[in-house]
Design a protein around this ligand. Structure first.
Ligand code: UDP
Ligand code: MG
Length: 342
């Protein structure tokens, strides 16, 4: 049931107190200019700063805004999934909160959608203000992933995109826990295109993607869409095994011909160590796949919603879904109708 809502904008938030207000302002101005009914779903992914309070204040003043609060930090992909699960629009737009993805590009995405495309993803033609490490690892990773998969996952794209209702429904029907959403969207198919944009620097604050989170996402992408690392491990094992057999024959023959031939222990030791190292690496790769199977089989929910907050619920002041934590709702309304958090 879309309630006449055409656009749903999903914005994941993790410790974004420095950007949330500016982000809201820019999004609101872009979405107002579409002349279509819209909702903005902010998903607070267990922030520990004032993100929740500030977003609630925004909800209090704007009936187009909804806030979904997680019970803890579940991660970027889980936050996007929660937003998509609750979105009711005919088109769903996913955008980061930090304004690295320019909200104004949504207008171009909507035009493409109106032309009949079901997925319009944002393609980064340039990245400004990001570290060399981030740019290098990201460029290398997208190309590696592309070479490993048979699905056409576009390079240099993030989760900034517009998807049609039917694509959102297809995504929502996928129960998998290790979600690499940009890959899943490619996997779904339909008519896809892109709009180009320059990825700016963060409006404020630091990246919320720790190295660990980056690696987990990278492995999710590879393990969800490719078995090539396992196949490569198999080929490598067969190749080195063959070399081992040749060397063994060589050693036996040499020791028969020349009994005084001394084995080079240093060489043997270093080769053995290298092989052990590689073996553990391949075991770890296998472990990555097994861990994901284990996670899927536990069948835990992908995220837990502590509560959802929206204008109507705030207006009626008490009817919250989920738990309320008292310190958050103790807001004062000024005579101008502005909300001030305490
Ligand atoms: N984010 C999130 N949960 C996390 C990490 C990040 O919801 O655990 C959000 C974050 O608030 C932002 C988006 O995901 O809106 C992308 O994060 P960020 O901009 O820090 O990543 P980067 O652009 O540096 O890769
Ligand atoms: Mg960012």
């Amino acid at each position: 049931m879309s309630n006449g809502i055409i656009y749903s904008v999903v914005v994941p938030l993790y410790n974004e107190e420095l950007v949330i207000e500016e982000s809201y302002k820019r999004l609101k101005s872009v979405m107002d200019s579409t002349n279509g009914k819209y909702e903005i779903l902010f998903v607070n992914d267990g922030s520990r700063d004032a993100t929740r309070n500030k977003t609630e204040n925004i909800c209090r003043l704007d009936k187009n805004i909804k806030l979904i609060n997680f019970s803890r930090n579940f991660g970027h992909q889980a936050a996007i999934t929660a937003g998509m699960n609750q979105a009711i629009g005919d088109a769903v737009i996913v955008i980061d909160a930090d304004l690295q993805d320019p909200p104004e590009a949504i207008i171009d995405m909507i035009s493409k959608w109106k032309e009949g495309y079901d997925v319009v993803y944002g393609k980064r033609v340039k990245r400004v203000g990001e570290t060399f490490f981030k740019k290098f690892t990201s460029t290398a990773y997208y190309r590696l992933l592309k070479s490993m998969t048979s699905i056409d996952i576009p390079v240099d794209t993030g989760d900034f995109r517009l998807i049609d209702r039917k694509v959102c429904d297809a995504l929502n029907s996928m129960p998998e826990k290790n979600r690499y959403i940009r890959g899943l969207v490619s996997w779904i198919g339909y008519k896809q295109t892109f709009v180009e944009f320059v990825r700016k620097e963060r409006f404020a604050g630091e990246t919320k993607y720790s190295l660990k989170k980056m690696f987990t996402l990278a492995f999710d992408g590879i393990t969800s869409f490719s078995y090539k690392p396992l196949i490569f491990a198999g080929y490598f094992g067969a190749f080195t095994g063959l070399i081992g057999i040749v060397l063994l024959i060589g050693t036996i023959v040499t020791s028969i011909i020349d009994k005084s031939a001394i084995l080079n222990l240093g060489l043997i030791l270093s080769i053995s160590l290298m092989m052990f190292g590689l073996m553990f690496c391949f075991m770890a790769i296998m472990g990555q796949y097994i861990a994901r199977i284990s996670e899927e089989s536990k069948n835990r929910p992908l995220y837990i919603v502590a509560n959802t907050v929206s204008y109507n619920e705030l207006k009626n002041s008490v009817t919250f879904k989920g738990n309320r934590s008292p310190e958050i709702y103790d807001l004062k309304i000024t005579s101008k109708g502005e909300a001030i958090g305490n």
